[in-house]
Design a protein around this ligand. Structure first.
Ligand code: SF4
Length: 295
C-alpha cells in the first residue's frame, strides 16, 4: 500500500506567523486573541495552555480581561482596531499581508467607482473585516445571491474574493455575473491567496492518483471541508479526521494508494502523527491481507 502526502497542505504562513506571535513569551499570559485564529481544536487548546485567552469577536470586547489584544491573521476592519485602541488595549496586528491586499484592492475598486462585492461567506471573520469599513457592499456565495445584485440597482461592480475560496467556483460565479443583463461592467480581481491555490492544485493532483484520501483538519474548518468536497466530486473516498485517534483500520482494507492532505489551520505535528499512524495501519492491513491470501 502506497501512502502519499499532498505537495502543499497544512498551516499557511499567515496563520503560522500569527500563532508564533501569540505564543511568544513576551505576552506572559496577558494576551487575548480577538476572533477565531484557526478552526482547529488542538491549536486553540495549546494557545489556552500557554495562557492566551480567546474571544469570538469584537462584540465580546466586554469579556476581555487582558491589556494586550491581538487581531488574527484573518484581519479586521480599521474601525475594529480603532475601537480596541479607544478602549485602552495595546493592539498587536497579526493580519496576513494577503488579507490586507484584499482590503486595499476593494478600497481601490470603490475609489474607481465600482460597487464592492465580495465572493465568500458573509459570517466569516475575514469577510467581516474586508467589508467592515465600507459604506455599502454585497457578499455573495452562490447564484441564489444574484437577486441581491439586481435589488441593489448597482450595474458597475468591483468584485474580490475571500482568500480561501475555491478558484473554479469564484471564476464560474464571476463569468455568470458578467452575463447578467442588469450588470453593465465588472472589474474582478482574483484575491484567492497563493497558499490556498497551491493546496487546491495539490489535492486535485493527488486525488487523481489515490483510492482513499485522509483529510486532516477541524470539523468546523470550512477550507478542510472543501478539500473533502473536491475528493468526493472526483469520486474518491475521503475521510475527514481531526487527529490520528479517529483513524479506522477498516477504511484501509483493499486500498492500494492512500493520500493525505490537511486544511490551512492544521499544524505540522498533527499531520506527522497522522502520517506515522497511517504507515503503521498500512503495514498491519498488508499483513492481514497476506494472511488471508495464504489461508
Ligand atoms: S489562508 Fe492565505 S490569506 Fe489567509 S492567512 Fe493563510 S496565507 Fe494569509
Amino acid at each position: 500500500m502506497k501512502v502519499s502526502l499532498a505537495s502543499a497542505m497544512g498551516t499557511c504562513f499567515g496563520v503560522r506567523d500569527a500563532i508564533d506571535l501569540a505564543m511568544s513569551p513576551e505576552f506572559h499570559s496577558d494576551l487575548t486573541i480577538v476572533g477565531q485564529l484557526v478552526h482547529n481544536p488542538q491549536v486553540s487548546e495549546s494557545l489556552k495552555q500557554n495562557g492566551v485567552s480567546l474571544v469570538p469577536g469584537i462584540e465580546d470586547i466586554g469579556q476581555i480581561k487582558t491589556k494586550k489584544v491581538m487581531i488574527t491573521a484573518h484581519g479586521a476592519a480599521e474601525k475594529t482596531k480603532q475601537k480596541l485602541h479607544d478602549a485602552g488595549f495595546i493592539v498587536y496586528d497579526a493580519s496576513c499581508p494577503l488579507v490586507m491586499r484584499v482590503h486595499q484592492t476593494i478600497k481601490s475598486l470603490v475609489t474607481k467607482g465600482y460597487f464592492p462585492v465580495v465572493i465568500g461567506q458573509k459570517d466569516h471573520v475575514e469577510v467581516k473585516g474586508i467589508v467592515g469599513d465600507l459604506e455599502a457592499h454585497l457578499v455573495i456565495n452562490t447564484e441564489d445571491d444574484f437577486e441581491k445584485i439586481k435589488d441593489s440597482g448597482y450595474r458597475k461592480l468591483g468584485i474580490v474574493s475571500q482568500t480561501t475560496q475555491q478558484t473554479d467556483k469564484v471564476e464560474g460565479l464571476v463569468e455568470k455575473i458578467r452575463s447578467l443583463d442588469y450588470v453593465d461592467d465588472v472589474s474582478f480581481v482574483n484575491t484567492i491567496c497563493q497558499p490556498t491555490q497551491d493546496r487546491q492544485v495539490a489535492v486535485h493532483e493527488l486525488a487523481d492518483q489515490v483510492d482513499l484520501m485522509i483529510v486532516i483538519g477541524g470539523f468546523n474548518s470550512s477550507n478542510t471541508k472543501k478539500l473533502v468536497h473536491v475528493c468526493e466530486e472526483k469520486g474518491v473516498e475521503a475521510r475527514h479526521i481531526e487527529s490520528f485517534h479517529q483513524l479506522n483500520q477498516e477504511w484501509f482494507i483493499g486500498k492500494q494508494h492512500i493520500g493525505i492532505t490537511a486544511g490551512t489551520s492544521t499544524p505540522e505535528d498533527i499531520i506527522n502523527q497522522v502520517h506515522s499512524e497511517i504507515l503503521k495501519i498500512a503495514k498491519e492491513v498488508e499483513g492481514l491481507e497476506e494472511q488471508a491470501l495464504h489461508s
